[in-house]
Design a protein around this ligand. Structure first.
Ligand SMILES: Cc1cc2nc3c(=O)[nH]c(=O)nc-3n(C[C@H](O)[C@H](O)[C@H](O)COP(=O)(O)O)c2cc1C
Length: 190
């Protein structure tokens, strides 16, 4: 048996999860495009995302044409502001079935977050851009979506600008402290 240990074995569980804690939204990107290999790898993560009853309700539209990305940005501001500088985007399209709306929204969120995590692992930036109900038709038209599908979430992708890499808040302050978020065994705990 080997007595070799990998560096991660020496890390605490908290330290090992640092890459996940570091996932943040980027909304401002440099002009240089991201590589096809990176995009394909990110889509591979999307593919393996779990969904309700494994229905995989999503179909993804990968957008690399900057003109299309900018038109969607303009249609949906301010929510779509990350698409003003993104060099790629993935539109998560879902069946437009009102009875499945909650389930599909849940799956939408699961895959969107994984896209953010995948981009972060590759040293890229990603940001969620939600499509408001009042601009859904305009965005659907740009993407050529049939009436039986909708898009609520686009994930903007690119190399984050130096401004986007700056911390948005003081160290430790971007999220509520754990003792305000987590109770033990029952509401409000002991
Ligand atoms: C369900 C959901 C919808 C979001 N919609 C948008 C959006 O439409 N536009 C946007 O710029 N950011 C959007 N965000 C990103 C949040 O604003 C962001 O996660 C929050 O500001 C925290 O930023 P950080 O993760 O970089 O710390 C969304 C996030 C979630 C989880």
């Amino acid at each position: 048996m080997s007595d070799q240990t990998s560096p991660s074995d020496k890390l605490t569980p908290y330290e090992r999860l640092r890459p996940l804690r570091r996932v943040r939204q980027s909304r401002d990107f440099r002009a240089d495009p991201i590589g096809r290999d990176d995009l394909d790898a990110i889509l591979g993560v999307a593919r393996w995302t779990g969904s309700s009853r494994n229905t995989q309700p999503w179909r993804f539209i990968v957008i690399s044409e900057v003109d299309t990305i900018r038109r969607i940005a303009a249609a949906g501001l301010p929510q779509t502001r990350a698409l003003r500088t993104a060099t790629a985007a993935i539109a998560i399209t879902l069946p437009a079935i009102p009875e499945r709306a909650i389930s599909h929204a849940y799956d939408d969120g699961r895959v969107a977050e994984r896209l953010l995590i995948a981009a972060s692992y590759l040293g890229l930036g990603a940001g969620i851009a939600w499509v408001r109900v009042d601009v859904m038709d305009a965005v659907s038209a740009i993407l050529g979506l049939p009436t039986e599908r909708l898009v609520r979430t686009l994930v903007a992708l690119g190399h984050p600008s130096s401004a986007a890499r700056e911390p948005k808040s003081a160290p430790g302050e971007a999220r509520l402290p754990l003792d305000e978020l987590v109770f033990r065994e029952r509401w409000l705990g002991d």
